[in-house]
Ligand binder design. Structure first.
Ligand SMILES: *[C@@H]1O[C@H](CO)[C@@H](O)[C@H](O)[C@H]1NC(C)=O
Ligand SMILES: *[C@@H]1O[C@H](CO)[C@@H](O)[C@H](O)[C@H]1NC(C)=O
Ligand SMILES: *[C@@H]1O[C@H](CO)[C@@H](O)[C@H](O)[C@H]1NC(C)=O
Ligand SMILES: *[C@@H]1O[C@H](CO)[C@@H](O)[C@H](O)[C@H]1NC(C)=O
Ligand SMILES: *[C@@H]1O[C@H](CO)[C@@H](O)[C@H](O)[C@H]1NC(C)=O
Ligand SMILES: *[C@@H]1O[C@H](CO)[C@@H](O)[C@H](O)[C@H]1NC(C)=O
Ligand SMILES: *[C@@H]1O[C@H](CO)[C@@H](O)[C@H](O)[C@H]1NC(C)=O
Ligand SMILES: *[C@@H]1O[C@H](CO)[C@@H](O)[C@H](O)[C@H]1NC(C)=O
Ligand SMILES: *[C@@H]1O[C@H](CO)[C@@H](O)[C@H](O)[C@H]1NC(C)=O
Ligand SMILES: *[C@@H]1O[C@H](CO)[C@@H](O)[C@H](O)[C@H]1NC(C)=O
Length: 737
């Protein structure tokens, strides 16, 4: 079956060829492909002008033009041209005169010398020209070349020095060439023995100075041709008119004869019937469609299509393809849907990133605020139940109803305090401090204090539940104390009258105990540094709660109260600490002395409303005591008729606390014991006064002390002068722990 198809194919091919070329026509001679109208055998060529003589007698076959010695190198039917290898004319001399000259004449019949050639002459003493015939008309031209000085010679230029060239007129069918010398080549024969002249296709010859020495080669030359001697219009009705099928007669060519060419979109030999074949422009890529896949080849051309849903000419140089109305709607819908999806995605991504950023910020603050250190400390200390809890930002947000203004219970230079309810229903005070930059040392200190304070479990110390380190400024979470500050109760007129002496004494005792505990009992001594009625809170039962210590180091001091660089509040500040900057537990003792005086007098520690001598309450009090004017300075709200012994005892205690030299002040423990003693004696005197003390051991010790004090105080009352020595005599007793 395959064989059948093959045979049919071969038969079809042979049938096609038989049209013009008989089966014995040679199709090639050597390198030359012989195509119609050219041919080498009888009946193979159109006319004698197209005879190719193939000489096979010497090795490689050589195709000659007609019966001449002109060698054909190429035949181009689509341009109606042929390329030949033309001989070069020469005119040679030696010192004794002319030796040899060769002037090749060209006879071409109906074939013509193409104007695409130029005529070139080479030599130093040369005049070369040619004469040819166009029909009966004679035409010719030539040029002259000299060398002058040898140094003027240039490679690549052919402008009269060593080489000259001239354009070839159109339509010549023959050429007689002549080369002559002006001076019989005398004196220049050494480097230029011969003059040369030839036709050459434009661009196929570059002059080189070496050409002057010798030039023995054939040069490519173009010839062109037409069929017969009739024009297209006259020839198309003749029997042997060659342009047929997809071949058309070239109207641009004005003879002699006519030329065929393939119609646009076809290629092949226009002189052979049906040899002009369709060009597949799409496959070759020489089309103007927008995309290769939109190109559809047609017979003699191509079409540009558009994808489904698009219309237009689909051409790069045209309108291209545009979307149809329905497609446009689809696209718009698609794009919108994508945009919405993208928007949602981007929003989602943004929220995720924002949340991540927030978490990272919190982590940063947590680290910056020493959270890791705190965690290490907590785990090192065994993590007991009472220890500081590290709250999360959300917990505290929930507790304060997102820091609602209605939850604010205190506001000042130190920051803002909010009332909050934790998830376990504990009521807390959350302090948001105003803080500047923190050094590593400060952070360490802060953490230290948070850890220590949270471990303190004293009924007269405000409990620190924990802190939150995820904000830039750490938040502190304290036990909530409902009844305001001691300062409020002393100085608020409405409250101070109900603020009786026994309550004041009890508060003083409790405060002293708290401070004493901090100074000695706590695992690491803690110096409050800012003891003042503002920092003593009271609960519903007037139980004192010392607040704001330790951490107060980190907190800028209440600006309303006149802050100093030395920490503490003016009016309560230990004068020795002020001078030396040496902080000791006795600084707290001094401040506590001022608190005692404030409790006694109901006056503010520092008031610029008072006369200059009375401005500093501590100094004024000491002065009054010394002058025996104690009664005048006591608080009117105490409603006293005379000065009870307890008040004298407390006054003297205060006096000792206010000693300028810290060494001379009693310790906080001594102060606490003494106050407890005074309180106990008062309970004995006035049984309705309730004592909060339940320390058995302490009570025993206190009784002893109280007795001592009573004696001393009695002396003081009688003398009503302040004996500084008495305090010295007491110290050994008080120190006896
Ligand atoms: C034919 O072509 C070959 C290779 O291109 C070349 O070497 C040879 O000289 C050519 N022969 C003629 C007669 O031009
Ligand atoms: C073919 O070439 C050879 C040598 O080149 C020559 O002798 C012979 O006459 C030529 N034949 C024809 C038919 O031109
Ligand atoms: C013949 O001429 C055509 C174009 O004119 C060219 O493409 C082809 O390479 C040439 N062949 C030879 C052997 O020079
Ligand atoms: C010049 O050429 C002629 C003829 O070829 C020769 O007879 C003569 O000897 C040559 N003269 C010189 C000087 O070479
Ligand atoms: C060219 O030379 C031949 C003979 O050599 C002569 O018959 C012919 O007339 C010449 N042609 C021209 C145009 O001079
Ligand atoms: C021209 O080129 C040839 C080699 O192609 C070289 O030998 C010669 O010196 C050149 N002449 C000039 C003037 O450059
Ligand atoms: C050139 O040589 C020829 C023959 O040898 C002679 O007749 C002619 O006069 C010479 N011309 C010049 C200019 O020397
Ligand atoms: C050639 O050379 C001779 C002497 O060598 C000199 O007399 C003569 O003028 C020269 N001729 C030309 C044309 O340069
Ligand atoms: C002649 O020279 C030009 C550039 O100098 C070059 O492009 C061209 O190919 C050369 N032609 C030939 C036939 O060597
Ligand atoms: C045209 O060519 C034919 C033969 O090819 C010839 O008989 C006729 O005389 C020519 N006519 C002209 C005007 O050259």
């Amino acid at each position: 079956m395959h064989l059948t198809i093959l045979l049919v194919g071969v038969a079809a091919l042979m049938a096609a060829n038989a049209q013009q070329d008989s089966s014995n026509c040679e199709t090639s001679c050597g390198n030359l492909t012989i195509t119609y109208p050219f041919g080498s055998g009888e009946g193979c060529f159109y006319s004698s002008d197209f005879l190719v003589t193939c000489n096979r007698s010497s090795g490689e076959p050589i195709p000659y033009f007609r019966k001449s010695n002109i060698i054909i190198s190429n035949i181009s039917t689509d341009k109606s041209e042929m390329e030949i290898k033309a001989s070069v004319g020469s005119d040679c001399y030696n010192s004794s005169g002319p030796t040899e000259s060769r002037f090749p004449n060209i006879r071409l019949g109906n074939v013509r010398i193409s104007a695409k050639n130029k005529f070139v002459a080479i030599g130093c003493d040369t005049n070369a020209y040619f004469i040819g015939k166009r029909g009966n008309e004679v035409d010719g031209t030539g040029c002259t070349s000299t060398c002058g000085r040898k140094s003027l010679l240039r490679n690549g230029t052919c402008s009269g020095v060593g080489c000259c060239e001239v354009a070839v007129p159109e339509g010549l069918r023959s050429s007689n060439m002549t080369i002559r010398s002006f001076n019989n080549h005398t004196n220049i024969t050494d480097f230029n023995p011969c003059s040369y002249g030839f036709f050459v296709e434009q661009g196929k010859f570059n002059f080189s100075t070496t050409n002057l020495l010798g030039f023995r080669q054939r040069m490519p030359m173009l010839l062109d041709w037409g069929i017969g001697n009739l024009t297209c219009d006259d020839a198309k009705d003749t029997d042997n008119f060659l342009c047929s099928g997809n071949s058309e007669c070239d109207q641009d060519y004005d003879g002699p004869g006519y030329r065929c060419r393939c119609k646009e979109g076809y290629e092949g030999n226009p002189y052979v019937k049906d040899a002009c074949k369709n060009i597949n422009e799409c496959e070759r890529g020489n089309h103007e469609c927008d995309h290769d896949d939109q190109c559809v080849d047609t017979d003699g051309g191509y079409m540009c299509t558009c994808r489904k849903g698009y219309s237009g000419d689909g051409r790069k140089d045209g309108a291209g393809c545009t979307a149809d109305q329905s497609t446009l709607i689809k696209i718009v819908v698609g794009i919108s849907a994508s945009a919405i999806f993208l928007l949602i995605f981007v929003t989602w991504l943004y929220l995720i990133l924002k949340k991540r950023k927030l978490i990272m910020l919190r982590e940063k603050f947590f680290k910056q605020n020493g959270g890791i250190m705190l965690q290490q400390r907590i785990s090192r200390d065994g993590g007991s139940h009472d220890q500081a809890k590290v709250f999360t930002i959300e917990e505290l947000k929930r507790a304060t109803n997102n820091y609602d203004d209605s939850r604010i219970i205190g506001k000042g230079g130190y920051g803002t305090v909010y009332k909050g309810v934790l998830s376990d229903n504990r009521i807390v005070a959350i302090k948001r401090s105003k803080l500047g930059d923190q050094t590593q040392a400060q952070i360490e200190q802060f953490i230290n204090e948070v850890v220590i304070l949270s471990q303190i479990n004293h009924r007269n110390v405000v409990k620190l539940f924990g802190c939150c380190l995820e904000t830039e400024i750490p938040l502190l979470v304290y036990e909530f104390i409902p009844n305001g500050t001691l300062s409020d109760h002393i100085h608020n007129k409405g409250k101070s009258s109900a603020f009786t002496w026994d309550i004041r004494l009890r508060i003083a005792t409790e405060t002293a105990e708290a401070l004493s505990y901090l100074h000695s009992a706590a695992s690491v001594p803690i110096i409050h540094r800012d003891v003042k009625p503002m920092n003593i809170l009271l609960d519903d039962n007037y139980v004192a709660k010392v607040a704001d210590f330790g951490a107060s180091k980190l907190i800028p001091i209440d600006q309303i109260e006149l802050a100093t660089i030395v920490q503490g509040t003016l009016g309560y500040l230990d004068p020795e600490y002020l001078q030396t900057n040496q902080l000791t537990d006795k600084s707290d003792v001094y401040s506590f002395g001022v608190v005692l005086v404030e409790l006694l007098t109901g006056k503010k520690a520092l008031s610029f409303d008072r006369p200059e001598t009375e401005r500093n309450l501590a100094i004024y009090f000491l002065y009054s005591l010394k002058e025996g004017k104690l009664f005048q300075v006591l608080d009117e709200n105490l409603q006293l008729n005379d000065v009870p012994s307890e008040i004298i005892q407390v006054s003297k205690l205060a006096e000792r606390c206010l000693c300028v030299k810290s060494d001379e002040r009693p310790t906080m423990k001594e102060v606490a014991i003494e106050l407890q003693g005074i309180l106990t004696s008062m309970v004995h005197k006035h049984p309705w006064v309730q004592s909060n003390s339940n320390e058995d051991e302490g009570e025993y010790l206190l009784k002893e002390l109280t007795n001592d004090y009573e004696r001393t105080n009695d002396d003081n009352v009688s003398s009503s002068t302040f004996d500084t020595m008495s305090k010295h005599t007491m110290l050994p007793i008080a120190n006896g722990r």
